[in-house]
Ligand binder design. Structure first.
Ligand code: FES
Ligand code: FES
Length: 134
């Protein structure tokens, strides 16, 4: 199956590959797996005192679409608040990368990973999911 140009671009030049120190309190870590294929994605965010995401990194063991999805999401979340990051939808990722139907689960992996990273950060800081301080 042919990958779109945007998938190839992110696959060949992935943005923000790497890892932050999990123990750092400004870091939120999300680790998710895709039951459909066994791929694993780790996505981390670095959050400023103002609640805005300053940086993001990922490591993905998976197909080109999964790598492209995580690379794209690390670009998108920078400068966003935690709530804005939570509202990123896999459909937006799939649309941006022109993913074919069989690769939709790769974009779901990226959505799940960013949500998991935000929840990890919130848990670390004792922020209840429903009432984040403004
Ligand atoms: Fe898992 Fe794509 S099926 S690598
Ligand atoms: Fe499974 Fe892409 S994450 S095929």
């Amino acid at each position: 199956m042919a990958y779109s140009d945007k998938v190839l671009d992110h696959y060949e030049n992935p943005r923000n590959v790497g890892a932050f120190d999990k123990g750092d309190e400004t870091i939120g870590t999300g680790m998710v797996g895709a039951p459909a294929c066994g791929d694993v994605m780790k996505l981390q965010i670095k959050v400023g005192a103002d609640g805005v995401i300053q940086d993001a990194k990922f490591k993905t063991y998976g197909c080109g679409s999964a790598i492209a999805s995580s690379s794209l999401v690390t670009e998108w979340v920078k400068g966003k608040t935690l709530d804005q990051a939570m509202s990123i939808k896999n459909t937006q990722i799939a649309e941006e990368l022109a993913l074919p139907p069989v690769k939709i689960h790769c974009s779901i992996l990226a959505e799940d990973a960013i949500k998991a990273a935000v929840l990890d950060y919130k848990t670390k800081h004792g922020v209840a999911e429903s009432k984040e301080a403004a």
